[in-house]
Design a protein around this ligand. Sequence first.
Ligand code: NAD
Ligand code: TYD
Length: 347
Amino acid sequence: MTILITGGAGFIGSHVIRLFVEKYPNYNIFNVDALTYAGNLENLNDIESKSNYKFVKGDITDEFFINELFKKHRFDCVIHLAAESHVDRSIQDPLAFVRTNVIGTMILLNAFKNTWKDNFESKLFYHISTDEVYGSLGQTGLFKESTAYDPNSPYSASKASSDHFVRAYGETYGLPYVITNCSNNYGQNQFPEKLIPLFINNIINNKPLPVYGDGNYTRDWLYVIDHARAIDLVFHKGTLGETYNIGGFNEWKNIDLVKLLCKQMDYKLDKPEGTSRKLITYVKDRPGHDLRYAIDASKINKELGWKPSVTFEEGLFLTIDWYLNNENWLKNITTGEYQTYYQKQYN
Ligand code: NAD
Ligand code: TYD
């Protein structure tokens, strides 16, 4: 089996690549990634020389490049993760999200369809999406697979649009697909623009921790390796044409999460408890900020037997450990473009 994984140099993609390369030596795995600010081949140092793995630098919005690649390798399956993935950047530059998340997905769908025509036997297009397509919950309730799409940010609108196109290609052309919509991930190798690694990096550098609004926004956090395990299961055992929600059974108000993170960082850095907490700074809210996300993951749990393998406290501890042991990884990516983005977003 020859598999194309897009966005494999990013946060979640690199964990998926590692899992597949190590677990399935008989699969030929191609990683196509444009290496944007979020893509980093350092994430894959340990597996780059494996014989069942190949990296190809390229942009999924480059139709000629993608078509030629499909002609050459005739990918049986696609696991599509490449995306612009940060809500705050989507507010600064929405069109970039339409280009990669909508048009890039369309170009992949067309290349896949044109490669296999009507003969889709044992083929699969697996689209990785987010719970943010469902919009915002109030204080109660959970996102189910049947919840209506109601995206509020340019990021979630672009992901919702790509989900619709994948489903439409299934209905119209019989393209075999699965979609998973996952909650907020955290763990090693996450770019320090997202809440947890941003705050870890700021604590290391004794910088303010910018909490948006009153901090009472709620997210459902999942350890990235548990997401990769879920992707492996859905890829091999999921039902075609179905959507599966993936979540951590783990809701946290931002401010409570930040306080726990501060406590664990003080412990790890051998500082008196309360030191990092003093860095918490309430700042202007994010426009269109979704109040609450929470996933009902009972379908994937019942049908495929998946559940998270670590508690949040364990996962956060492992994550902090990784960032403290990999300060060079952080230093290498927090120069240049990162500083420009940071100034624009937080000053
Ligand atoms: P990320 O930003 O860390 O990585 C994205 C990767 O895609 C990078 O390696 C980047 O170089 C690559 N990329 C971007 N534009 C590209 C293009 N035009 N052509 C080729 N490659 C391109 O993102 P992530 O957090 O790893 O998210 C991966 C996927 O999972 C995304 O589709 C995202 O919507 C989805 N998702 C993320 C989360 C989360 O919490 N991070 C939760 C649910 C779903
Ligand atoms: P984020 O990691 O950007 O993920 P998402 O917006 O996809 O949920 O943000 C998680 C939560 O943390 C969200 O409610 C916004 C909030 N947040 C802050 O309060 N300050 C920050 O600097 C960032 C990046 C996020």
